[in-house]
Design a protein around this ligand. Structure first.
Ligand code: ADP
Ligand code: MG
Length: 764
């Protein structure tokens, strides 16, 4: 690449110097010397063109340079050495311009590569040694100083870290990590020094993976070639025909030369790759890695979208809601054994189960003899017991069904929750009910994707039908395919009706075949598995689905700009050819004009670097603020659970204790929840309304606040009115009605607020 660049610059310099020297010689009345100087300027370019053309023909590639070659040859043959020298200079500067545009277009991606860490500071008996990253092994203790890049993936062991991960994710704000948190290589230490325990070698680290992906992305042949080749096949004979006709009509070979000089195929050769690479760079700056220009082109034409559910539409950070356990084992043991086994799985739910077990202080053991079936489950031996963890159908292959499982499955379906079954030594021992919430950005992402032209959205999941359908209904997808094994996912993609291309988005090993088969595979790279990132054409480096909509928007605009640049350049070029054929444009002026056309085309194509992000409204919530609002909701979460629990238990509680229970709940509501809602209404909503624009956009949300206040007040009065011996059956039913109503409204309200804040925070 660099050698090419230097040789182009040398050609440029040679043509410019000889042209200038020749002009000086001609002025100084030594015309013979001038002619020789101009020939010296033209010949190296001619040689470079010929060499390039031959090597392309050997690769069975069609060369558009043939027109430039013919015009220099023609000029020399006609003794128009000055013209030859001018064309040579224009061609050489055109090449240098191409190099510049390509480099500019790739800037963000190259920036990513140049950040690759080379050394690490390792603690070695008593001191710190600087070692090459390749020498780092899992288990090494490393020091990361301020401003340094984290060399390998690891766990923070001392000091809390503030990391700038913007190069990886496009998120401008630094993130904080505490001891015990995992960190990915590639982030920059933005505050004090901290120690990490390496968990991978450099080659297996996140950043090395990204670097490999970028490498393949840059090598992939741009679709430009394909598009250009198609038109070139027409363009070359067309220019030759026009040149021939002009020659015949005017009986002057110089006419043909004039036509060829302006017949510049550069818009075709340059505009498309420059636009496409600019678009890729733009995506990279937003944390979306697109592997190659061909992917952008297919991406831009997408009409249908397939989504995996767990880990893609949902966050995969599942919360353990309840454990059903055979009393012979007990819920603690069921969780401990399942989590021990799942330590060796890459499945998103496995990670959630392990962290739930850790949070509950369960000591985990290392399993042996482990075997996993992607998308189904995992088996192995833990502490001498044969453990099977996975979906219902998979665990049934190893153990007979239990009497409670029908009820459990039904509950999963009603709540749209995910269940993981556990068998121990051939007995169905228990099941974990996991609430895997839809990502806050999913609804917005789906809306934006539809706005960007996606006509059909399909959910493909390995999970059970009723759970999948509950989630599908919430999201409003067009179709739900449940209980899909990896091969079924693949077939679903292959069978998708053609007409527009199909995108598949997924995170797991079980999605990899489908990702590879789709026209465009999109992997959730931030927390998804390496296998999915390798199989996919697009990798989301940020754990946000709405970036997909943004990338689609960029791809569409990029394609539009590419097509527009070609139309503009070719239109100008064809007009110039017509003028030249009629004899109004002499070759030398033509060569200069041709260069002008190239510049206009390329500058237009570089507009793809400035594609504006997708957003509406007038302002944005800064991400720290949005995070604070979300964490306030997280803190209030247990209150919601308390409301729901009270409602559930009311009918079975002894009447005399009901009053105490409700008084306590009433205090919590008045001391913590209602002040929060009042503050939202008076301080936050006016600001949000201003950002959203329009006429009082938060009116409906404020109305919900009033309903929440009304229900809370009603509950308060009903509690006060309770007789000392507790409520009768009718009163219990009334109380339950109020509590369930409050629970439903609060949950919906929280979800709506989070969605609004999330979309406002995205603009950063
Ligand atoms: P999706 O296709 O929606 O991403 P998966 O096919 O990855 O879902 O998973 C489907 C189901 O398989 C999960 O709901 C879970 O019950 C089960 N499962 C698969 N692998 C594992 C594992 N390693 N640990 C626990 N459960 C698993
Ligand atoms: Mg998945």
């Amino acid at each position: 690449m660099d050698r090419r660049r230097t040789s182009n610059l040398l050609l440029c310099a040679n043509s410019a110097l000889t042209l200038a020297a020749g002009l000086a010689a001609a002025w100084g009345a030594s015309p013979r010397l001038a002619q020789w100087l101009w020939i010296t300027g033209a010949l190296p370019v001619l040689a470079a063109l010929a060499a390039g053309l031959i090597s392309r023909i050997l690769r069975r590639d069609f060369g558009l340079d043939v027109i430039a070659l013919l015009s220099i040859l023609g000029a020399l043959a006609l003794g128009e050495n000055l013209t030859a020298a001018v064309i040579a200079l224009m061609f050489a500067t055109g090449q240098a311009l191409e190099d510049y545009a390509q480099a500019r277009a790739r800037k963000e991606m190259s920036a990513l590569l140049s950040r690759a860490p080379r050394t690490a500071n390792r603690y070695e008996d008593g001191g710190i040694c600087q070692v090459p990253v390749a020498a780092v092994n899992p288990g090494d203790r490393l020091l990361v100083r301020v401003g340094e890049i984290i060399p390998v993936d690891g766990i923070i062991i001392s000091g809390s870290a503030v990391l700038d991960e913007s190069a990886l994710t496009g998120e401008p704000l630094p993130v904080r990590r505490e001891p015990g948190d995992t960190v990915r290589s590639g982030g920059t230490n933005a505050a004090g020094p901290f120690d990490v325990l390496a968990t991978t070698s450099a080659a297996e680290s996140t950043f090395a993976g990204i670097v490999r992906l970028v490498g393949t992305a840059q090598q992939a042949k741009a679709p430009a070639a394909r598009l250009a080749d198609r038109y070139a096949l027409l363009f070359v004979p067309l220019s030759l025909a026009v040149a021939g006709l002009a020659w015949l009509a005017a009986r002057d070979p110089a006419r043909a030369l004039a036509v060829l000089v302006v017949a510049t195929p550069c818009p075709l050769i340059l505009a498309v790759p420059v636009a496409v690479v600019s678009g890729m760079s733009r995506c990279a700056a937003r944390g979306v890695l697109v592997k190659g220009g061909a992917v952008i082109e297919r991406f831009a034409q997408a009409r249908s979208l397939f989504f995996d559910k767990t880990g893609t539409l949902t966050g995969g950070r599942a919360r353990l809601v309840s454990i059903e356990a055979d009393p012979r084992f007990g819920s603690g043991e069921v969780l401990r054994l399942a989590a021990s086994l799942d330590q060796l799985s890459q499945h998103v739910l496995a990670a959630a189960i392990v962290s739930c077990a850790r949070d509950r202080g369960q000591p985990l053991s290392l399993p042996t003899g482990v075997e996993e079936r992607p998308g189904a489950g995992i088996t192995g031996t833990v502490d001498g017991r044969r453990v099977v963890v996975g979906n219902h159908a998979y665990v049934l292959e190893f153990a007979a069904d239990a009497e409670w499982s029908g009820r459990f499955l039904q509950r999963m379906g009603y709540e749209g929750a995910t269940g993981v079954f556990v068998a121990i030594d051939g007995t169905m021992a228990g099941a974990l009910l996991l609430a895997d919430e839809i990502r806050p950005d999913t609804p917005r992402a789906l809306r934006l994707l539809r706005k960007a032209g996606i006509e059909r959205i399909v959910m493909l999941t390995g999970d059970r039908r009723d759970t999948a359908e509950t989630i599908g209904a919430v999201l409003g997808v067009d179709a739900v395919f449940a209980e899909q094994a990896p091969a079924d996912k693949l077939n679903a993609i292959k069978a998708s009706p053609t007409g527009g291309t199909a995108i598949m988005v997924g995170d797991g090993v079980n999605d990899a075949p489908a990702l590879a088969a789709a026209d465009v595979g999109v992997a959730m790279g931030a927390r998804g598995t390496a296998a999915s990132a390798e199989a996919a054409g697009v990798v989301l480096l940020v754990d946000r689905l709405d970036r997909l909509a943004e990338a689609l928007h960029i791809a569409r605009r990029t394609r539009a700009i590419a097509v527009e640049s070609v139309a503009l350049g070719m239109g100008l070029s064809l007009a110039a050819m017509a003028v030249a054929a009629l004899g109004y444009l002499p070759p030398v002026e033509g060569a200069v004009l041709q260069e002008g056309i190239d510049v206009v085309t390329i500058v237009n194509a570089l507009r793809a670097l400035r594609i504006a992000p997708l957003r509406g409204g007038r302002g944005s919530l800064d991400a720290a603020h949005a995070d604070r609002l979300r964490s306030e909701h997280d803190e209030l979460g247990p209150i919601l659970d308390q409301v729901r629990n009270a409602a559930d238990r009311l009918a079975t509680l002894p009447a005399a204790t009901i009053r105490n229970e409700l008084v306590e709940l009433d205090h919590v509501l008045h001391d913590r929840l209602l002040p929060h809602e009042r503050q939202d209404d008076s301080e936050l909503y006016p600001r949000v309304a201003h950002m959203l624009g329009g006429d009082d956009p938060m009116a409906a949300m404020s109305r919900t606040h009033r309903e929440i206040l009304r229900l809370a007040r009603l509950l308060h009065r009903m509690t006060e009115d309770l007789p000392p011996e507790g409520p009768d059956t009718a009163a219990v039913r009334d109380l339950q009605r109020v509590l369930y109503g409050l629970d439903a409204i609060l949950r919906l309200h929280f979800a709506q607020e989070e969605e609004i804040y999330h979309s406002l925070a995205d603009a950063a």
